[in-house]
Design a protein around this ligand. Structure first.
Ligand code: C2E
Ligand code: CA
Ligand code: CA
Length: 763
């Protein structure tokens, strides 16, 4: 077998094992979680019922003690009281008050039974000094009551348990004991009712591990110790808290999942358990499958041990372990957020101890959501994997990288000797992203933003350090290009400003502080006005006119562009209907309106409200509108209405040419940057010429933007541009001004026609 084939087979098997292991652990964990919940609930319920039983018995004992007259509650006096017929009657009555009480005895301070509900008593001098309840209660001043060991009464075969309570004098000195013998079958009946599934077992244990009752009945379980020394079961019982624990049962020697619940007022507890093998029963097939595939892999790996493939197998076995899965990201195999924060804390402590410095990097892909939307989630996953690989390749062994969010990574660079080392790594990572990533047969440009904080200067705790790196990341993100930033206290958290701006925009919309300006566009063939572009302004009550460049991005991020955009559409159409000439009106649409809003419905509504014919409407979009199937369909429907579609800012995007091919635009707007440069730069001129030629071939018209000089206008005319827009022709102006502007034009046109008419009439 060739080395490559083995490698391939091993990898294939690895994937299978991983997949099955993950599925298996998922299902297994679900089953386990459910079983854990059921067991814990049952343990709680049985604890309450058992506790209730003991309390009822103890109440009876207290009642009897309460009836001992004062003078008898002295050393030496208890015997006489106990021996009386009246006391016997009390004891018999008390024993009969509860079915689970077999008998009640009074025991004096020396351990002799001095009174009993038992009719056959008393031949003299029966001592109970060797019982654990007597020994404990007579010596331990802190205990009031005690549960003895379970016993089987030889004559009747009844299993019994003693619950004893201390009798003291007024000063609290030990006088004797009242002890009840309890019929355990009462508790067994309660437990038996709950024995649903096959392997379920219910145990009542004393704190020292002695089994007081066990259901189902098991030979020899009673009175035995429930745990082996130094096992999980022993340790958790000692802690005396409700817990779940997995351990071997000493009663059936099987591995079980136990839910433990201690009693509140007695040194005992309830354990409810099921065998692990029963819990896993439904999963045995998968378990066998995994073992089989692992075996296949073993064979492949043994054959290929020369290739040094061992680590593949160890990697997989590790992957299958629960803790690995909960601390790693499945897609990239990198540590996840949980492991990262543990590691960050560890690194922080270690660096404080050793005095060495480290750097924390937070990285974020630019516009990852767009990539997912345009290329699909499969491509998105592919890109995440590529990015994680490229980043990892730039790190040393001692550094640490984790994927902490869908498109977020965190890196701990440790140790570091200075800022230059940090800048070097940040630049190396940026450089690693210079080449496009291949996914879904497409080459996709991926940029990353990086924020860095240094442990020595930017935070006193791991949390503070995270915050600093995050502020730096956000500052890097607001740069137009992919960049990195090192934290410094002067960086303002731009999010705070953005949130303020968002709030202000919302009120601005409610208070109708937006206003549209209109910029005329000249038709170069006829030398007449072709139409206007509507441009939004924010008339801030204190700050005056604010440019759209300052607030449109925030409006887009917050989604407010939706309602604002709808308002722009309606307002522009309504205004155009007041003009003296039926000129075109061009309106800018944001990509967010395409993604989040039904643009088609908005446009139809604006046309309906204003009554403007659709052919006067021109919609401008930029390359940032992703031409998904859905977006293209919307554009087609808009064209179907009679509106035209312009491609704005042409030449500034990455893939202008291919973009142009994906939709039949009516018009291309040549970006002002080319017009500005056209008199000095051959390149700009060449691009303008080429664009105009291309547009002609594609039967599209062209508008040159930002025309500021006569020179530029003449050159554009020569190059064959259809229209021109810019300060040379007119600046954007408010609603009233544009109405006057158009009214004057109309008058001029009228006059010109009148003159022509007059001239023809004269001729
Ligand atoms: P744009 O669509 O490229 O609009 C043309 C911009 O160029 C306008 O800036 C306009 O005032 C400016 N301009 C026009 N002639 C000249 C010139 O000769 N020289 C120079 N230097 N500039 C000129 P404005 O009004 O600041 O708008 C900026 C951008 O804001 C617009 O660029 C457009 O992308 C966006 N925008 C404006 N109004 C809206 C709107 O209602 N909705 C949306 N989504 N975006 C809008
Ligand atoms: Ca525009
Ligand atoms: Ca433009």
């Amino acid at each position: 077998m060739s080395a490559y084939l083995i490698l391939f087979l091993s990898l294939f098997a690895a994937i299978l094992v991983m997949g099955t292991a993950i599925l298996f652990l998922h299902g297994y964990n679900d089953d386990l979680a459910r079983a854990e919940g059921d067991l814990a609930n049952l343990a709680l319920e049985l604890q309450e019922r058992t506790e209730g039983t003991f309390r009822a018995i103890e109440n009876v004992l207290c009642d009897v003690v309460g009836r001992i007259p004062e003078p008898s509650l002295k050393a030496g006096e208890l015997d006489a009281f106990s021996a009386s017929q009246a006391t016997k009657a009390i004891l018999v009555g008390a024993a009969h008050s509860l079915a689970q009480i077999i008998r009640i005895d009074l025991i004096n301070g020396r351990g002799r039974i001095v009174g009993s509900s038992n009719p056959h008593l008393i031949s003299d001098s029966i001592y109970v000094t060797d019982t654990s309840y007597f020994q404990t209660l007579s010596t331990d001043a802190s205990l009031l009551s005690y549960l003895g060991e379970p016993m089987t009464i030889k004559t009747t075969g009844k299993k019994v348990l003693s619950l004893a309570r201390k009798i003291s004098d007024a000063e609290g000195n030990f006088l004797g004991i009242i002890v009840s013998t309890i019929d355990l079958s009462h508790l067994e009946r309660i437990y038996k009712d709950h024995l649903g599934t096959r392997s379920l077992a219910i145990t009542l244990y004393r704190r020292d591990g002695i089994v007081l009752s066990h259901s189902p009945i098991a030979q020899g379980a009673l009175g035995r110790r429930f745990w082996k020394p130094n096992t999980p079961l022993q340790r958790v019982i000692a802690k005396n808290n409700p817990t779940l624990v997995r351990d071997m049962s000493r009663i059936d020697e099987k591995e079980r999942l136990f839910a433990l619940h201690p009693l509140a007022n007695y040194p005992a507890g309830i354990a409810v358990s099921r065998t692990i093998s029963e819990l896993m029963a439904g999963r045995r097939l998968e378990a066998r499958l995994i073992r089989f595939i692992a075996y296949l892999m073993d064979v492949a790996i043994d054959t290929a041990s020369l290739l040094g493939l061992r680590h593949v197998r160890t990697g997989i076995l590790r992957a299958a372990s629960e803790s690995y899965l909960s601390r790693h990201d499945i897609l990239t195999k990198l540590p996840n957020r949980l492991l990262f924060s543990e590691e960050l804390k560890r690194t922080f402590l270690a660096s404080q101890r050793s005095g060495s410095d480290f750097a924390l990097y937070l990285l974020d892909l630019n516009r990852f959501k767009d990539i997912n939307d345009t290329h699909g989630h499969g491509a998105g996953d592919e890109i995440i994997r590529t990015v994680s690989r490229r980043l990892r390749e730039r790190l040393r062994k001692s550094d640490f990288i984790a994927r902490i969010g869908s498109d977020e990574f965190a890196i701990i660079q440790r140790p570091i000797k200075g800022r230059q080392q940090v800048i070097d790594l940040a630049m190396a990572m940026q450089a690693a992203m210079k080449f496009p990533c291949t996914a879904n047969n497409a080459e996709i440009e991926v940029g990353i933003s990086i924020g860095v904080a240094l442990a020595s200067s930017d935070g006193k705790t791991a949390t503070e350090l995270m915050k600093s790196a995050d502020v730096a990341l956000y500052a890097a993100k607001s740069d137009s290009e992919s960049s990195y930033r090192l934290y410094d206290p002067n960086i303002k958290d731009s999010r705070i400003e953005r949130r303020a701006l968002e709030g202000a925009l919302k009120t601005a919309h409610e208070n109708r502080e937006f206003e549209l300006f209109y910029q005329p566009i000249l038709d170069l063939a006829t030398n007449r006005m072709w139409g206007c572009e509507a441009l939004v302004r924010w008339k801030h009550p204190k700050k005056g006119m604010i440019s759209p460049l300052e607030f449109i991005p925030t409006a887009e991020e917050s989604g407010l562009i939706g309602p604002i955009g709808d308002w722009v559409l309606e307002e522009a159409c309504l205004t155009a209907m007041t003009w003296d000439l039926p000129l075109k009106v061009a309106i800018n649409l944001s990509p967010v309106q395409f993604r989040r809003r039904d643009v088609y419905a908005s446009v139809k509504k604006a046309l309906a409200i204003s009554g403007m014919p659709a052919h006067r409407l021109v919609l401008e979009i930029t390359e940032s509108v992703k031409l998904t199937e859905e977006a293209t369909a919307t554009l087609k429907r808009l064209k179907g209405l009679g509106a035209s579609i312009s491609l704005d800012d042409f030449g500034t995007g990455y893939a202008s040419m291919s973009y142009l091919r994906s939709f039949p635009f009516d018009k291309i707007k040549i970006d002002q940057s080319f017009v500005r440069g056209m008199m000095d730069s051959l390149d700009s001129r060449a691009i303008i010429k080429a664009t105009i030629g291309l547009a002609k071939d594609l039967k599209m018209s062209t508008t040159a933007e930002g025309v500021e000089t006569e020179e530029q206008l003449n050159a554009l005319r020569l190059a064959g541009a259809s229209q021109a827009q810019g300060y040379l022709i007119a600046k954007p102006m408010p609603r009233e001004a544009i109405a006057d502007f158009i009214a004057n034009l109309r008058k001029a046109q009228q006059n010109a026609r009148d003159d022509q008419f007059a001239a023809r009439a004269i001729a």
